[in-house]
Design a protein around this ligand. Structure first.
Ligand code: SAM
Length: 288
């Protein structure tokens, strides 16, 4: 078998298995030979580590991970890829493929059962239609993982790694920063995939914090404030929070002044600490 990043090898394997690409499942396979070794190396794959991969495709990244990590578990939704993976991963005894939807799988249970006491890393070329939901699921469930190293669309990478308080920031920026320290690792051109998507990509790494970046009395309120503020990001905080949280203007104004945040600012101008102060002021308001 030729290299799995070689387009002729891919075509040969896929045609033998009568496989046709599914756009709906975000199937763009990597054909640039330098990308997967770099991702595996930077993503924490080491002999004493376990790696959870999402969407192995035909196994091009999986092989690189298996060569470096103690154990690899790959969750793949498309059951048509199972016989392909059986063939391409034949030489690796440290890989388990699980045929499930990553959004529905019991990830905490899988990690516990498959990796035991190993340090666990997530490394994947994500299906782009669920980039943010997958990342938020991995973060919000507080899974015992050290870092998430993923390929995402370039625009998503910019938002996920943006600094709060800048125009690139969105609700997901604040949510990611709350749980992790994001780093942009490297860019990958659209020509590195087969079939080629319409946009370029980037590999980012989210290093999970031991404790959240800011302390809040009620996490739920922090995320409510962030989502309400960014749902109407062009509006002032006063307007966005009052309509998003179902409050009268005077009530939203009271919360903002208690939090010492100017009512005329917009969501993209706020720091994590300011959102935390708003969340605590909301908690005090509802306590009364
Ligand atoms: N890792 C391969 C590579 O780099 O060439 C394939 C990456 S491709 C962008 C995304 C993969 O995720 C596909 O194999 C697709 O079938 C799989 N996938 C799509 N939705 C999924 C889901 N909800 N759960 C698990 N895997 C999924």
């Amino acid at each position: 078998m030729g290299a799995l990043s070689d387009i002729r090898t891919i075509q040969e394997i896929l045609s033998r298995h009568h496989f046709t690409f599914s756009k709906a499942m975000g199937q763009n396979f990597l054909i640039n030979p330098s990308v997967c070794p770099r991702m595996a190396q930077m993503g924490g794959a080491a002999p004493d580590a376990g790696v959870l991969e999402i969407g192995p495709g035909i196994g091009v990244l999986t092989c690189e991970l298996a060569q470096r990590a103690g154990k690899v578990v790959a969750v793949e939704l498309d059951k048509r890829l199972l016989p392909v993976l059986e063939e391409t991963l034949h030489d690796y005894s440290n890989v388990t493929v699980i045929n499930q939807d990553v959004m529905k799988a019991d990830l905490a249970g899988i990690i516990k059962k498959e990796f035991g006491k190993m340090d666990v890393y997530v490394c994947a070329n994500l299906p782009y239609y669920i980039t943010s939901p997958v990342i938020m699921r991995l973060l919000e469930e507080r899974l015992p993982i050290k870092a998430i190293t993923v390929m995402v669309q370039k625009e998503a990478a910019e938002r996920l790694c943006a600094q709060p308080g800048t125009r690139q920031a969105g609700a997901v920026t604040l949510a990611v920063r709350y749980y992790a320290e994001p780093v942009r690792l490297f860019q990958v051109s659209r020509g590195s995939f087969y079939p080629a998507p319409h946009v370029d990509s980037a590999v980012i790494q989210l290093n999970i914090r031991q404790t959240p970046a800011v302390a809040v009395r009620q996490e739920k309120l922090f995320f409510q404030a962030v989502h309400a503020a960014f749902a109407q990001r062009r509006k002032t905080l006063l307007n966005a929070l009052s309509s998003g949280l179902g409050l009268a203007k005077e009530q939203a104004g009271g919360i903002l002044s208690r939090a010492n945040v100017s009512a005329g600012l917009r969501a993209e101008q706020l720091t994590l600490e300011q959102f935390a102060a708003i969340a605590d002021a909301m908690d005090e308001f509802w306590e009364k």
